[in-house]
Design a protein around this ligand. Sequence first.
Ligand code: ADP
Ligand code: GN1
Ligand code: MG
Length: 366
Amino acid sequence: MYNLDNAIFEFCATGNVVLDEPYGNGHINMTRHIILDNNGKKTEYILQRINKNVFKDPESLMENYVGVTEFLRKKVIAAGGDPDREAIRVIKAKDGKNFYIDNDGEYWRLILFIVDNICYERVERPEQFYESAVAFGKFQRLLADYPAKTLHETIKNFHNTPDRFRQLCEAAEADVCGRRSEVEAELAFVTEREEFAGTLERAHKDGILPLKVTHNDTKLNNVLFDKDSGKPICVIDLDTIMPGYSVNDFGDSIRFGATTAAEDEADLSKVNFDLSLYELYVKGFIEGAGDGLTDGEKKLLPTAAIMMTFECGMRFLTDYLNGDTYFRTSRPGQNLDRARNQFKLVSDMEQKLPEMEQIVNKYCHF
Ligand code: ADP
Ligand code: GN1
Ligand code: MG
C-alpha cells in the first residue's frame, strides 16, 4: 500500500504537499512525483518504492546507487556543470540513511526531481536517439575509473542470456498458469537459438569482452532531456548498475529505440527494425564512449543488439508463463505481446545483420 504519511515525511524534506501523483512508465518501481511548498518555496521530488520482488537486497542497491551518484556529481562539478540537474541527488532520511523502511518492510528513496525535463517513451525525432546514444556512451566513459569491485550485483545473472534461457525452460516446464500451449511457437523460436544465447559469455571467457561498470537498463526513458535545448541532461534509473558488458548497454538501447513500434505493440506488421535509427545510435554511442571501447567490443555491437532483444523477449515470455509477477502490466496478455514483439525484431535484425555490421565498420575504421 502507498502511504504518503509514512514515507515522504521520513526524509529531510519539509513543506506542505501541493502535488502527489503517480509518475512515469517504469515497469519496476513505484514512482511518484511530489511537490512540497515550504513558505512559498516549492521543491519537486521523485519518491520511489523499490521493488523488493525484483531487488532482493535494497540496501546493497542503495549503496551502489549513492556511490555512483556521488562519483558522477563530483565529475559534473569538476566539468563546471550543474550537479542537481546533471546528476541524481539522493535526499537522506531523517535517521541519516539513504532510504526509509516503512512498517511493512518496504524500502523508499527520495531524489530531487530534475525540472524542465522531457522523458521520451518513443523516439519522436531521430536526433533524440542519437543524443541518448552519446549520453549512454559518455555515462560508461565517466564510470570507467569507478571502483567496480565495490559494486554489489543487484540482480544476479541479470544479462546472462544462457541463464535467462534456463529460467524460461523452467517456467515452461512448471507451466503454473496453464499458458504453455499458447506459446509453443515462441518456445520453438527460442530453442532454435540456444547456441546463439551463449555468444557473449563465450566472448568473455575468450578474453574478448571485458567486464566494465555498466548501466544495464539503457532504455530511452531512462535518460532525461532538457525541454528547451533538447539535449540530454542526466541518465537515470541507476538500480542495475553493476559490472557487465559494455555492448549490452548498446544492445538494450537498440532493442527499445531502433524499432518502428512501441515495446508492447501487438500488431506485429507494425514492428520492424529501423536501420537508420540503428546507424544514428552506433554513431552516437561510439562518440560518447570515446576511446573506451576495444575493437573486440565494437565488433560485437550488432550481436549484442540481437542478444538483448532476444533476452528481453525471453524475459517477457518467462514472466507471462509465471503469471506476470515481474514486469508491471496494464492489460491481460501484455507480456506475451511484448515477447512476440521482441522476437519479431530479432528475426528482422537477423535478416539485416550484414547491414548492421557494415554500419559498425563505417564508424569504427577497423
Ligand atoms: P523504473 O525502474 O520503474 O523504470 P525509474 O527510476 O526509471 O524507475 O523512474 C520511472 C520514471 O520516473 C522515469 O522514466 C522518469 O520519467 C521519471 N523519473 C525518475 N527519476 C527522475 C528524476 N530525478 N527527475 C525527473 N523524473 C524522474
Ligand atoms: C525494466 O525499470 P524499467 O522499466 O526501466 C527492466 C529492464 C527491461 C525493461 C523492459 C530491473 O526496465 O531490464 O529491459 O523493463 N528492469 C529491470 O522494458 O528488470
Ligand atoms: Mg526506468
